[in-house]
Design a protein around this ligand. Structure first.
Ligand SMILES: [Zn+2]
Length: 112
């Protein structure tokens, strides 16, 4: 008897990390606009501070995530430089950008 083999999707670990980050707080609000994100850890709420396309090695770094609403995620990914400059990043996140030399891509959070 033949068995049907299902191809397993290779786990990237990213979803597990989302859930771990989500479980750290009881209540989540968009870091940028304060919108209540409810109880569902929607994958669209998890945004890389430094995009994985720029730095694939930081894809699973827990410090490389911010939790934001869907609209703000769109702005962070596709917005203009002015919009991103207005984005509400914490000092730690700005430091993270600096440490990982990312400011040279964006040049938006200061000159140094
Ligand atoms: Zn938002």
């Amino acid at each position: 008897m033949g068995r049907i083999k299902y191809k397993k999707k290779k786990p990237t670990g990213e979803r597990d990390l989302h859930l771990e980050l989500w479980s750290k707080k009881k209540k989540h609000y968009c870091q940028n606009c304060d919108k209540d994100l409810g109880d569902d850890p929607n994958p669209a709420y998890f945004s890389h501070i430094i995009p994985k396309s720029k730095e694939p090695k930081l894809r699973l770094d827990p410090d490389n995530f911010k939790i934001i609403c869907f609209s703000c995620h769109q702005i962070y990914e596709f917005g203009t430089l002015d919009q991103i400059r207005e984005f509400n990043l914490t000092d730690e996140q700005k430091k993270y950008l600096k440490q990982n030399n990312y400011l040279r891509y964006y040049k938006i959070y200061g000159d140094d």
